[in-house]
Design a protein around this ligand. Structure first.
Ligand code: IMP
Length: 429
């Protein structure tokens, strides 16, 4: 049985929700392995829309769903998301959901710190989701995080909180804000402890058991590879590794468990938050793509920046994530355009390059080199076979495949599940 990793191949918001849902129906286990509730996945099942941020998409279909150790867990948000789903008739129990005992927690002090930094006039504005993701990961690598299992040991929890506050209260003094009391933080955590503890598990062991039993495992990536803390547009990135390799470290299964990497790729490019975006279009085309593509963030409601497809970026992601095939989404947004541009390379300081340079300054200075293709007047929306696509649309898809060096495994032509052209089922690899 093949195990599949799904990653966003751009800056997130590639339309992963629909593809992940399609795959999770076929999977036995669905695993989140990085990020937290900064993600926003919308699933539409039988006309009902479910919005998930922290929970793996499998919960909606009753599949065993796992929050891996690589995820940062806000316990208050967890309780809220479970309640929201219960209100929609989806009951979450430890039968269907397991949380890695060693996953670090996002605390209210992390959320506060994220907001303070984003509001500050000095320093670097990232345009984060303000959910405390970055500060929580900082404490994880700083070896002072509170982890989910600590909630089961109130005594050691207190000493861990005191250690954590030694760091945070020093920071808070420096910022001129109130210091926090260990007792208050302890009480806050104890209030949610019994709501989250029933779900904790030795996830690495559970997944190994599942794998040995022949289960199909779907690793559900959040954000996109260009927001990766190492390989993305640093420092305008998220605080986790979003490339496919993280599926192994963030779940506790070794890399040999991964058989297929599916890169979800939008037929044009979008980004939320700050940072370089070579093909961003501030004019008519950017507006057209944003309006036609409903490009507003699920989590923050922010308007997304839009531009033409950038093959340089996706070609790089194909390599850094080891993408086997892509799921191309939102092709129908391009319907009716006279011509369509594709970025095939960059110019940097008078020279042509075919990669995204690593330095922040160079990333700001690159200018795109475009090839122009003829558009199509017919609609591709709802197409379920290649034969239903206009010849020019097929040409566009083939050109993208050639430029990025990966084949299209799935082509999504509308938010509807069935409006998908399946070339290759990743689980059948
Ligand atoms: P953070 O993850 O909240 O720290 O935000 C860091 C950057 O990642 C910002 O540019 C956010 O807009 C971006 N980001 C975080 N989560 C998502 C997502 O799910 N989709 C798209 N962008 C995201």
């Amino acid at each position: 049985m093949a195990n599949v990793v799904v990653v966003g191949s751009q800056w997130g918001d590639e339309g992963k929700g629909k593809i992940v849902d399609w795959l999770s129906e076929r999977a036995d286990v669905v695993v989140r392995y990085q990020g937290g509730h900064n993600a926003g996945h919308t699933l539409v099942i039988d006309g009902v829309s479910y919005k998930l941020s922290l929970l793996p998409s499998g919960v909606v279909r009753g599949k065993l769903s796992v929050i891996g150790n690589g995820v940062v867990v806000d316990p208050h948000h967890f309780v809220e998301e479970v309640k929201k789903l219960a209100d929609q008739g989806i009951t979450i129990s430890p039968e269907v959901l397991r949380i890695a005992e060693n996953a670090p927690l996002i605390l209210s002090l992390h959320r506060e710190l994220d907001g303070i930094r984003e509001n500050a006039n000095s320093g670097l504005k990232i345009g984060t989701t303000r959910r405390g993701i970055g500060p929580a990961y900082e404490d994880k690598v700083g070896r002072r995080a509170i982890r989910v299992m600590d909630l089961a040991e109130p005594d050691t929890l207190m000493s861990k909180i005191e250690r954590l506050l030694t760091h945070h209260n020093a920071l808070r003094r420096g910022m001129g804000i109130d210091e926090l009391s260990a007792d208050a933080l302890h009480d806050e955590l104890m209030q949610v402890a019994d709501k989250i503890l029933p779900y904790i598990d030795r996830v690495w062991y559970q997944l190994d058991q599942q794998r040995r039993a022949g289960a199909r495992i779907l690793f559900e990536g959040a954000q996109g590879a260009l927001l990766d803390n190492d390989h993305g547009t640093y420092p305008f990135v998220t605080s986790s590794n979003t490339v496919a390799g993280q599926a192994a470290a963030g779940s506790g299964l070794g890399p040999t468990a991964i058989d297929y990497v599916l890169g979800i790729t939008k037929a044009y490019t979008t980004r939320v938050g700050e940072g370089p975006f070579p093909t961003e279009d501030h004019g008519e085309i950017g507006n057209f793509l944003g309006t036609r593509g409903h490009e507003f963030g699920v989590v923050t409601g922010r308007k997304r920046r839009c531009g033409w497809f950038d093959a340089v970026l996706v070609r790089q992601t194909v390599k850094t994530s080891g993408i086997t095939g892509i799921a191309l989404t939102k092709l129908d947004v391009l319907d009716g355009l006279d011509e369509i541009k594709v970025c095939v390379g960059y110019e940097l300081d008078g020279e042509r390059i075919d990669y995204l340079p690593a330095s922040m300054g160079a990333q700001e200075r690159v200018t795109p080199i475009y090839e122009t293709l003829q558009g199509w007047s017919e609609t591709t929306a709802g197409a379920r076979s290649w034969a239903e696509l206009p010849a020019q649309a097929v040409k566009y898809v083939r050109y993208i495949e050639e430029l990025i060096g990966a084949p299209v495994a799935m082509l999504s032509t509308s938010p509807e599940r069935l409006d998908t052209i399946l070339v290759h089922d990743p689980f059948q690899d």
